[in-house]
Ligand binder design. Structure first.
Ligand code: NDP
Length: 341
């Protein structure tokens, strides 16, 4: 495909269950032209995130679904190719929301300039971007760990979970991660400094979790739901806080959930143990973004927060990348390199 065209990945069909490659279609389109107040962007990096699965369904949610035939949405790092706004010059690097495509037009107020001297620009999609911010606001406003308390988080090697555990450690808590497989668990303990990490695919996972949390669980940062929630639930202490951030184990559910209705049992415990369960979407805390940039940049500089990125080569890898993410095949913040630096 020639570089004189915009390459893009559109939603071809609404998935049933786990998406398939045929639910996506790669297309070429003319490169769009910027109008006054706009810039033309060449996309360099595309972030792949679990929320993209939700956009593929035609269901009422906190954000509108992607229309059939429309390019998939997503956060991007891009280079300004052409500018019709006085604040932007060709060659500058920006954070944009350009979606799964090689070129896009954006309004100036939708962009944030990035200085590659401050940090690798890919971090604007992960630890210094939306996922890191999610961890920061969810733990800071709802989880509120105190020194000595036990914080548990799953998807612990990913961008949200890894930041949750490391911020919990900075706050003086005991951090227990949950991840898929030994390699991820070793990384979470050895490189990220969690106190323990358990493999949720192990047959005796609930017993291992109980052993790793001898004083019970005070904060459960909910990223996955499903069997992990079942193992966590009996270990929750009185007054436990549960920021409900994501339920990735359910995102591919097609129809009713199996098993008996457990809501009465859950609600009895919510009452008797006085749990605080609160769902949130990161943009609910927009006003805390400057604090986040300040604190997270400092923690990274001091080596108190580390991160891992998993970079795929080429826009055509994006569909398989998202399908793999929903099954735990990524190892770290999943990013697609759309164009070479
Ligand atoms: P990750 O990059 O960590 O990728 C998702 C991970 O989820 C997989 O790698 C896998 O890790 C784990 N996973 C997938 N299926 C299951 C399962 N059935 N049981 C247990 N673990 C599973 O994702 P993010 O860090 O970007 O996102 C983490 C969560 O945060 C998601 O639920 C996402 O939707 C949510 N989120 C919410 C936001 C909000 O504003 N509320 C904003 C951003 C993210 P493993 O192999 O270790 O199991």
């Amino acid at each position: 495909m020639s570089a004189s065209k915009n390459r893009r990945v559109v939603l071809a069909a609404r998935p049933r269950g786990l998406p398939k490659p045929s639910d996506f279609r790669i297309e070429e389109a003319p490169i769009p032209q910027p109008q006054d107040g706009e810039v033309l962007l060449g996309v360099r990096y595309l972030s792949l995130d679990p929320y993209m699965r939700g956009r593929m369904d035609d269901r009422k949610s906190y954000a509108a679904p992607t229309a059939l035939g429309q390019e998939m949405e997503g956060g991007t790092v891009a280079t300004v190719l052409e500018s019709r706004h006085p604040d932007f010059r060709p060659g500058e690097t920006v954070l944009s929301y350009s979606g799964w495509q090689s070129h896009a037009v954006a309004k100036a107020d939708e962009l944030r300039k990035l200085d590659p001297k401050d940090a690798p620009v890919t971090t604007a999609l992960g630890v210094l971007g939306m996922p890191g911010f999610t961890a920061y606001v969810g733990l800071g406003n709802i989880g509120k760990p105190k020194p000595g308390e036990t914080v548990v988080v799953a998807a612990a090697s990913g961008p949200v979970g890894s930041a949750v555990g490391q911020i919990a450690k900075i706050r003086g808590a005991w951090a227990v991660g949950i991840a898929g497989g030994k390699a991820k668990c070793d990384f979470v303990v050895d490189a990220l400094g969690f106190d323990a990490c358990l493999d949720h695919s192990a047959g005796d996972f609930p017993a291992q979790l109980a052993k790793a949390c001898p004083r019970g669980i005070d904060v459960y940062f909910e990223n996955v739901g499903g069997a992990v929630w079942d193992a966590v639930f009996p270990l929750l202490n009185d007054f436990a806080r549960i920021p409900v951030c994501g339920l990735i184990a359910q995102y591919n559910a097609d129809g009713d959930f199996p098993g008996p209705d457990r809501l009465p049992v859950v609600m009895r415990q919510v009452l008797s143990k006085r749990f605080q369960i609160q769902g949130f979407i990161q943009f609910d805390y927009e006003e805390q973004r400057p604090d986040f940039y300040r604190d997270m940049a400092q923690w990274i500089r001091e080596g108190r927060v580390k991160y891992r990125e998993d970079i795929l080569e080429g826009l055509e890898q994006a569909p398989e990348g998202l399908i793999g993410l929903l099954q735990g095949r990524n190892f770290g913040k999943l990013i697609v390199r759309v164009a070479k630096d």
